[in-house]
Design a binder for this molecule. Structure first.
Ligand SMILES: [Zn+2]
Length: 434
């Protein structure tokens, strides 16, 4: 059936409509196959496949694949009164998928097909106690089946199925030219099969088991390894920087408290507030106090003010401690804005690029984000037709004195004649509508 299946596959591949005739080449191949079917009537199979005692029986499953198709064939070998009988039991073939599949993978698919068909035959003919031999000339597929490795998804799934249907020790290697499934996988015609005596099985089966081909082969290790499960190597060696001691605390006041405890051990006695040694940092005059804190010597030291305002503590930009301090002030002053925070911080601290740091810190505040979020706006809708239609009415006189008319205040507002000398005003419109 392989030639017919191939013709059908190729016909589909041409994407021709039902009404269009097939290409000449396909037509001639089909007619050749069709005429070849006539010899089916000449084929004769013996209904009996096993002879002698069942102890002498053995089932042989041959698998092979070619570029176009893969196939399997099963023979039953039996012995009776010194004579060996090899009988055809079943065969099955499949054509290769249109998507290109490598030959070793096709060979493995042939092995899957063989395992399934063997399972079916064993169950149908109740041959569970009969020894089973699986033969393939595919060394790569054989290694996949027999080796306990971590194969890729395609191979692993099929090997798993083969092992569930057969034992891996039952699989043997056979040279390609001795493999009867080889002819089936190549798509032979019935005449060829009859000519080769395909139904009679391979000649070596008629010999004693000692003379059968030995499973000695040297596989292509590269092809075998190509189906190993891909290992993704992830470098998990993360460079862990030792965090500063203060990064263990998120609150600025707690950091200060801990720090105070620490320096208490170092320096118990505070002497002079400032040392005379001066340095310059980014154009700022910086002095180091005897408490080892860097302070900025501002230009307003002559002013009579708090020393911490005249000599504010110098803080670096983009530092965890600075961020904590800004956050603390931001919360302390009820989510104050950049200007207020800058002014409040300046009373004690001098932060490099303070505005930018404060803005960045405020912009990350979730509460502020929620309150400053812009409301969704929608484009104005079109006015309805009644509001934009041109009316035929026109104003005749803007305002007219209506006396001596009286406006009724009870019930419907209507105008009534009155003699009282009270003025009423109204507008008169003239409409073309009757
Ligand atoms: Zn905030």
């Amino acid at each position: 059936m392989v030639p017919a299946k191939l013709i059908l596959q190729e016909a589909w591949a041409t994407e021709a409509n039902w009404d269009l005739p097939l290409p000449d080449e396909l037509q001639s191949r089909f007619s050749a196959w069709y005429h070849g079917l006539s010899c089916i009537s000449q084929l004769k199979f013996e209904r009996r496949i096993g002879y002698g005692k069942r102890d002498s029986w053995s089932l042989h499953i041959f698998c092979d694949a070619s570029k176009n198709a893969y196939a399997t064939v099963i023979f039953l070998r039996s012995e009776s009164s010194g004579q060996v009988y090899v009988k055809f039991v079943a065969a099955k073939s499949r054509i290769s998928p249109l998507k290109k599949v490598t030959i070793p993978r096709l060979e493995l698919l042939a092995c899957v097909l063989g395992s399934r068909l063997a399972k079916y035959v064993v169950t149908a003919l109740s041959l569970r106690e009969v020894p089973t031999y699986y033969w393939t000339d595919a060394t790569v597929a054989l290694c996949w089946i027999q080796r306990e490795e971590n194969w890729g998804v395609f191979v692993n799934n099929r090997v798993k199925e083969i092992r569930s249907l057969s034992k891996k020790e039952y699989w043997r290697h056979i040279p390609g030219k001795l493999n009867p499934a080889d002819i089936a996988s190549r798509g032979c015609t019935l005449q060829h099969l009859s000519q080769y005596g395909w139904w009679e099985g391979p000649e070596f089966l008629k010999a004693s088991p000692e003379a059968w081909p030995k499973s000695e082969f040297s596989p292509n290790e590269e092809l075998i390894a190509a189906e190993m499960k891909k290992k993704i190597i992830v470098d998990l060696s993360v460079k862990i920087e030792k965090p500063e001691w203060f990064e263990r605390f998120s609150s600025f006041s707690k950091i200060v408290r801990v720090f105070c405890w620490m320096i208490r051990f170092v320096n118990k006695l505070r002497k002079n507030f400032l040392m005379e040694k001066e340095n310059s940092v980014h154009g700022l005059q910086v002095v180091r106090g005897d408490d080892d804190v860097l302070r900025v010597k501002t230009r307003i030291i002559e002013r009579d003010d708090d020393l911490s305002f005249l000599y504010p503590i110098l803080l670096p930009s983009k530092h965890y401690l600075t961020e904590c301090l800004i956050r603390e002030y931001h919360l302390k002053y009820c989510h104050a804005g950049v200007q207020i925070l800058a002014a409040k911080l300046r009373l004690q601290y001098w932060i490099f690029s303070s505005k930018r740091n404060i803005r960045s810190c405020v912009s990350r505040c979730v509460v502020c984000k929620r309150f400053t979020a812009k409301a969704l706006t929608t484009p104005p809708i079109q006015l309805p037709l009644d509001r934009v239609r041109t009316s035929s009415g026109c104003l005749t006189r803007p305002i007219q004195k209506l006396y001596p008319l009286e406006v009724s205040t009870s019930g419907d507002p209507v105008l009534t004649l009155t003699t009282e000398n009270r003025s009423r005003y109204g507008r008169l419109f003239k409409s073309s509508k009757k």
